[in-house]
Design a protein around this ligand. Structure first.
Ligand code: ADP
Ligand code: MG
Length: 354
């Protein structure tokens, strides 16, 4: 057995065939599906025509625990107790995808990291989608990616496959083309390896994330970009009376993303909006007012806040397990996200417009 997807529900110890049928009716096809689910969600059923599991919470809890244990034994999920050495070994498989700006990479210690969730927060026009587009290109230009010892590289050559989940209809292949060309990279190769999933409503987003493990395997993706994680839920669950349900749904999605990043060693990057604050001057948005509240804040491994600063952007590391609080400047130009100095040299005739 070589791949985590080869783990079958029937391989789990002590799980009867009738229970496997129940799980399948509930949309759980694999051990990974089960391991990334929460017992509460399985019992409640979901939107995507999957029936709830008719079983008590204790039974379902044990099923999820068995699935997690199988993935731990397989070596893709951390055991409850690991030695520092084991954790270091797992972290040696980390891949970092450069953002296109050296300064921004420094803030991120190399770029968007696999086995982690990176949240990009910012107001409208702060450059979140530009950063996502740039990553589609620069992720293919990552030295660390090529040098990681023992790391199996997927895709052809040095190009990696990317899943881009677009909830705001802002993905523009033309822009990716432009960024690739400006960086001297093969835009045709890059374009072939971006798998864009256009999402129209929150239920569809939830369904895609529910099946994301399968898509990551199918497309051999190393990087998953979600632009944006919140906008559809925010629009559809706008009333006070639906807030609890919205948070519950976000929680389920983020819980899955955390586990999937770990299981498949993929980098997950998503964008989040900042709630507007009446009376606060433009450009001085309070990052603590990121949409989605604590649910998103707690799930994200790294949280980066983007702010406009004249023609440049400031990125602030809000939250990280091992980065100091810090901030850097970058800018957005023809080649996407780039360092401020580079921008000055390459587009000195473009000083106006800010
Ligand atoms: P959001 O945070 O809302 O997703 P965007 O990432 O869409 O914001 O950023 C939009 C900004 O990016 C524009 O206001 C513009 O300043 C900049 N931008 C977009 N395209 C280009 C380009 N081709 N060259 C330079 N700057 C660009
Ligand atoms: Mg955007």
């Amino acid at each position: 057995m070589s791949h985590v997807s080869d783990l079958q529900l029937q391989d789990l110890p002590g799980v009867e065939p009738y229970m496997i049928s129940k799980l399948k009716r509930a949309g759980i096809q694999s051990v990974t599906d089960l391991a990334v689910s929460t017992p509460v969600e399985l019992i409640a059923g979901d939107y995507a025509d999957n029936s709830p599991i008719e079983a008590d919470i204790e039974t379902v809890f044990q099923l999820v625990t068995k699935a997690k244990k199988a993935l731990m034994d397989f070596g893709v999920l951390d055991k409850e107790f690991c030695s520092g050495e084991q954790i270091l070994e797992k972290r040696s498989q980390l891949v970092r995808f450069t953002t296109g700006s050296k300064d921004l990479d420094t803030l991120l210690k190399g770029g968007a990291e696999s086995q982690a969730l990176t949240e990009i927060i910012g107001e409208f026009g702060s450059g979140k989608s530009q950063l996502c587009h740039t990553l589609c290109v620069t992720a293919n230009n990552t030295n660390q990616q090529r040098n990681v010892g023992g790391q199996k590289l997927v895709g052809n050559g040095n190009y990696i496959n990317i899943i881009f989940i677009d909830t705001e209809n802002t993905f523009r292949p033309e822009r990716v083309h432009q960024i690739a060309e400006a960086r001297g990279l093969d835009h045709e190769e890059i374009m072939k390896k971006i798998f864009v999933c256009r999402i129209h409503n929150s239920a569809q987003l939830e369904a895609v994330i529910k099946n994301l493990g399968k898509y990551i395997e199918q497309y051999e993706a190393r990087l998953v970009i979600i632009d944006s994680i919140i906008s559809l839920h925010r629009a559809e669950y706008s009333g006070r009376e639906t807030l609890a349900e919205r948070q519950q749904r976000l929680n389920i999605m983020l819980h899955k993303l955390v586990r999937l990043a770990e299981i498949y060693n993929v980098a997950v990057v998503y964008t989040n909006q900042v709630q507007s604050q009446p009376g606060v001057p433009f450009g001085t948005v309070d990052p603590t007012r990121a949409a989605g509240g604590n649910i998103i804040a707690h799930a994200s491994t790294y949280r980066i806040f983007l702010r406009k600063a004249g023609r440049n952007r400031i990125a602030i590391m809000l939250d990280s397990p091992h980065h100091a609080y810090g901030q850097v400047k970058f800018t957005i130009g023809e080649s996407g996200v780039q360092d401020v100095e580079v921008e000055k040299v390459s587009s000195s005739n473009n000083e106006s417009g800010w």
